[in-house]
Design a protein around this ligand. Structure first.
Ligand code: NAD
Length: 359
């Protein structure tokens, strides 16, 4: 099974369902990617920050070498990390990421967060993460306009066949429309029934920008990070509204959550390390929800956001929270994630920020 595609505003086709690479272990990433391709996935959503681009590339290579798929049938997405927003840093880091994957263009390259951090040389630390050194966030002077123009150059040079942004709100988008030479093809945002983001979805629809949802299962992705807000929210998989609609369609709640998004024209990139879930998550366009079922699911909206590092002050110096440190540890695929005290987390975080480059 292969997912249907959506036409982007530059005429290119993007699969509506892809595979997210965040928190996919380095040790299993190549096999996971290879198996996902075998299952039918064509879109892969990676990032410098996920720390597994080399291994994901090995999975692509194996699938291509074995004739499972051609490079042009894959849709490989990656992201520009915050530490590389200065205009002269954008092309070099994009080229490094391409080299890590073993490919010569991205199908889509997006600005990960509207946050410009001080440059970290990849030879010093890679991926750089949020902290410059000693629990400290250091900012760069690069404006989003400067960074976006550098992204447009990647597009003009063919290093990125499409470009996009992530974690932008409406205000930042409206500003971008003033300076963009090429309107972005996609916006990637947190999007699930507890955070439906209707006005932003509508704005993008009007401007021809395709939305990709991340964390489509809401709290599920953040419970494993021990985030209290996520632990306190009822699991969407168990929500009576979602469950009863799933039963009516003889589908799993996860499939209903993904169909709710895709039927609204929003692309999804769920992640699972489990083969049967991975296959089920791809099979989410073969049934249709009724209009009133979509509305019923949308009515669960509470404006509940789990991923919000744009409020950078919560990461600042001694005010680092347990959650932010855990998130940070997970982002860096640290082997000892299950740690209990904040003190231990601080120590672990420190070792993460100073660990030698993986390159
Ligand atoms: P997700 O919504 O895909 O949820 C993942 C969680 O749901 C995991 O715990 C997984 O085990 C579980 N799960 C997956 N399929 C399931 C099923 N069928 N039944 C029950 N449980 C299931 O969350 P995510 O990983 O946060 O987001 C998906 C992708 O989005 C990421 O891998 C990443 O590529 C991207 N992302 C981007 C950003 C960004 O800032 N742009 C932020 C977060 C994630």
């Amino acid at each position: 099974m292969v997912a249907p595609t959506v036409k982007l505003n530059n005429g290119r086709e993007m699969p509506l369902v892809g595979f997210g690479l965040w928190k996919v272990d380095n040790a299993t990433c190549a096999d996971t990617v290879y198996n996902a391709i075998k299952t039918g996935y064509r879109l892969f959503d990676g990032a410098c920050d996920y720390g597994n681009e080399v291994e994901a590339g090995q999975g692509f290579k194996r699938a291509i070498d074995e004739g499972l798929v051609k490079r042009e049938e894959l849709f490989i997405v990656s992201k520009l990390w915050n530490s590389f927003h200065d205009k002269e840093r954008v092309a070099p880091i994009c080229k490094k990421q391409l080299k890590d994957y073993g490919i010569d263009y991205f199908d889509l390259y997006i600005i990960h967060f509207p946050i410009a951090l001080k440059y970290v040389d990849p030879a010093t630390r890679y991926p750089p993460g949020f902290f410059y050194e000693d629990n400290k966030v250091e900012f760069s002077k690069a404006t989003l306009e400067e960074t976006y123009h550098a992204m447009e150059e990647l597009y003009d040079q063919g290093l990125a066949k499409s470009i996009g942004i992530s974690n932008y709100n409406g205000g930042l988008l409206l500003d971008l429309f003033r300076y963009a030479k090429h309107i972005p093809q996609t916006l990637q945002i947190e999007h699930h029934p507890y955070l439906t983001q209707e006005p932003l979805v509508q704005l993008c629809k009007e401007r021809g920008i395709t939305i990709t949802a991340y964390s489509s299962f809401g709290p599920a992705s953040f419970i494993e990070l021990e985030m209290k807000k996520a632990q306190d929210a009822p699991l969407l998989f168990d929500h009576p509204t979602v469950k009863s609609i799933a039963e009516k369609h003889n589908k799993s709640p996860a499939q209903v959550l993904l169909r709710w998004a895709t039927q609204r024209g929003v692309a999804v990139i769920p992640k699972s390390n489990n083969q049967s879930r991975l296959a089920a998550n791809l099979d989410v366009c073969s049934f249709d929800l009724k209009e009133d079922e979509i509305k019923e699911i949308s009515s669960l909206d509470q404006g509940l956001r789990f991923n919000n590092p744009t409020n950078v002050s919560t990461f600042y110096r001694k005010r680092c929270t347990t959650t932010s440190l855990t998130l940070f540890a997970v982002r860096h695929q640290h082997p000892d994630l299950r740690i209990d005290s904040l003190d231990t987390k601080r120590k672990q975080y420190h070792s993460l920020t100073t660990h030698p480059t993986r390159a």
